[in-house]
Design a binder for this molecule. Structure first.
Ligand SMILES: Nc1ncnc2c1ncn2[C@@H]1O[C@H](COP(=O)(O)OP(=O)(O)OP(=O)(O)O)[C@@H](O)[C@H]1O
Ligand SMILES: [Mg+2]
Length: 240
């Protein structure tokens, strides 16, 4: 569904991503893990078209979208739930959801379907989102992305600033989405949460892939080494 081939992205002189490739199939969840500054948000923002790569390509359903602007990518079926949610605080829940509809595609997701997914939301649809808790705001941000009827859903740090119980509740809706065949690419600093929900994971370190596989097949030591860049170190205190 989503194919990223050999992507390199620079921010000025800083090379934020180097030769990153990935693939997410319909109904599959791929987690990108990595420390602060590893390039996770840059990867998602490049896929939605907010950064232009200096090399590599991005395909959805086999169609090359590398040169399309963001709104055209949304129409091709990609939606992003950005880091820190980025709602319009003074607009109501429903107005924020309708923003997601504007450049989206026709499909099953509507206001009614979002209010069914998050059962509390319909009753509060006229409230400004600034009145909502962090977890509720995150749910609105997810709903807004769904309103575009994406084939590929990009999630940037859903857990940011949320209590553990809220994190589980927010991630609890994902199985319902992937069941419909949606491909999910998620970024998380909460590694345990990411590995719990993902079919496969990929670890980034300073913009490069250092490890990929299925959560059950990687050891904690391998993941720590890939995450912190300890590979090859020996001696007391090493991860090996
Ligand atoms: N717009 C930008 N201009 C310049 N440098 C940037 C920009 N965005 C990100 N960077 C830099 O690129 C690198 C990767 O940042 P990115 O935000 O992709 O990392 P991240 O893995 O999402 O980190 P975090 O976990 O803190 O969200 C960092 O060194 C960051 O400072
Ligand atoms: Mg980030």
């Amino acid at each position: 569904m989503l194919d990223v081939h050999h992507l390199t992205v620079r921010h000025g002189y800083l090379q934020a991503l180097t030769d990153v490739s990935l693939r997410v199939a319909p109904g599959e969840t791929l987690a990108i893990i990595g420390a602060n500054g590893a390039g996770k948000s840059t990867l998602l923002r490049s896929i939605i078209g907010l950064h232009r790569p200096s090399a590599g390509s991005i395909l959805i359903g086999g169609r090359d979208i590398t040169l399309l602007p963001p709104h055209a990518r949304v129409r091709e079926g990609i939606a992003l739930v950005p880091e820190a949610r980025r709602l319009f605080p003074s607009l109501s829940v429903e107005e924020n959801l309708l923003v997601g509809r504007s450049s989206g595609r026709p499909g099953a997701w509507s206001l009614g379907a979002v209010y069914q997914l998050f059962s509390w939301m319909g009753d509060r649809r006229h409230e400004p989102t600034v009145h909502l808790s962090g977890g509720e705001q995150q749910a609105v941000a997810i709903g807004r992305a769904l309103m575009a009827n994406p084939r590929v859903l990009l999630l940037d740090e859903l857990s940011l600033g949320l209590a553990p119980t809220m994190v589980r509740r927010i991630y609890g809706v994902l199985p319902e989405l992937v069941e419909t065949g949606m491909a999910v690419l998620l970024v998380e600093q909460d590694v345990a949460q990411a590995l719990r929900i993902a079919d496969r994971f990929q670890c980034l370190l300073e913009g490069r892939t250092t490890l990929e596989g299925k959560p059950a097949e990687a050891t904690t030591a391998q993941i720590e080494a890939a995450y912190f860049g300890l590979a090859g170190r020996t001696g007391p205190g090493s991860a090996a």
